[in-house]
Design a protein around this ligand. Sequence first.
Ligand code: G6P
Length: 609
Amino acid sequence: MCGIVGYVGPQESVPILLEGLRRLEYRGYDSAGVAILNGEGLKIRKTAGKISSLEDLLKTGGRPTGTLGIAHTRWATHGEPTTVNAHPHVDCTGKIAVVHNGIIENYSTLKKKLEQEGHKFTTDTDTEVIVHLIEKFYDGNLEKAVAAAVRLLTGTYGIAAICTDDRTKIVGARHGSPLVVGICDNEYILASDVSAIIRHTNQVVYLDDEEMVVISPAGIHTSTIREEAISKKIETIDWDLEMIEKAGYQHFMLKEICEQPQSIRNTLRGRLLPEEGMARLGGLNMTAAELRAIQRVVITACGTSWHAGLIGEYLIEELARIPVEVEYASEFRYRNPILEPGTIVLAISQSGETADTLAAMREAKRKGARVLGVCNVVGSTIARESDGGVYIHAGPEIGVASTKAFTSQVAALALFTLYLGRLGELSPEAGTELVRELEAIPGKIETILAGAESIRQIARANAHHNNFLYLGRGVNFPVALEGALKLKEISYIHAEGYPAAEMKHGPIALIDDSMPVVFICTQDSAYEKVLSNMEEVRARRGKIIAVASEGDTHVATKADEVLYIPRTIGPLTPLLAAIPLQLLAYHIAVERGCDVDQPRNLAKSVTVE
Ligand code: G6P
């Protein structure tokens, strides 16, 4: 949610800042801007629209030169996505510029006070109070002024600030919105996400909450916002540039869908013990005795990660026989949850930065619960603040609609289930079967991907509909929810997911020949019942698209279209059933001319409440 890049070094900054913004555009893309410091002072260029609009502006409106600058791509929270509200924002004197990610919750009180003191505000943003506060405290030392300003802020911020009085320095500060510094020879890149850094270096320093950084050609200096110096570890990022590029695919989303055989192999790598029918998970930081003492698992997450959590509930309850509750992080954090001894909390998050999930996790820790993170982004806040966890190792996910992270989250939850189950009641035979079936999943996904053309045809034939219903039972109910979410996120078609049997309690009223119903109807225990639900839809002339088990010819007599998937054991079906639904949503969105990787109003990483 919003992206920040800052550069200081020997090179021209604008190309580096623009390239960084492009890498971060998936985090927010409604307006963008740069501020450059050069011999003439502060040069600001900003505009509503995507990074391409900023590039056009820099072509036509003059491109400032200078070796120090900050830049921002915005996802509006306070104030419409206009040019005026785009970052960077400047103070009354025009000497200080700031870019900001996050939300300042006490901005109206601060704004009122600053206005009374004579500061003139020109935007509708919450961010503008930060630059005026820095102006208020500025007496020749930018970092002191930034520290004094941010100490007054309530809410979340990742900021970068520059000042014409010191043309060699960028000051960054963070609370709740990530900031990371890339370290090269005599040059530094400050960014909200390592994607903007990886082209230049894999050596980084992550800031923690309430920490600040000053970067200049002279070096990097880190401190707390209370101005105590701190020394930070330089960490190495283990991805490369190729992993965040499209590699010939039309969209990141399609690339990421097609990467799933590999991303799931990466999730499983080194973690399956076929001979023992067991899993190995090194990062849980829990002894076998502590794991055996778990009485209840609470899973908290948002969006697609929450759907993975629901699948985790089925897996853990069925195979490890431990009660599970799954709760939206935004609800969990505010409802004083009961966390008795013996409860562990799993916080699932691709980005590891989602504000609600982070807050839920902190609330759980405050209440004394042990929290395990299930994250993709290594070094992310949730990963660092949890007591232990499982990295899903899906690799960078750029498409706003999550695909490969979802299946890797489910695979990681299956590993966790196997581990927990085998420490308890799960038999060696059942464990061995789970291991064998998990190992076979990537190859089965390859089979589904090989037949993707037929999914494209079905998508074409159905792209004109404005409503879809997705139905599934048992572990396939969350798959229905995720299928509907994918479709609405990227094609703007209204889509709902329901447990198939619940259809008769409401959604059945909607069914007619203009409402496709997507059934996940694999041959498991609920098969016959789902077939009956299909009949109910057929009787009302609803159009049926079924995801069915390979070789099931019976379902073809009831459905208009069938998307076949290979067979696996019931609990692992979601890993296969999700794939055709991702492709269906993708092709429908492409057919409707939608911007698949940057759907309107959404952001990849939601670091505000
Ligand atoms: C946003 C993204 C979703 C994602 C959700 C949770 O809404 O658009 O794709 O599922 O945030 O994100 P997380 O990084 O915590 O998994």
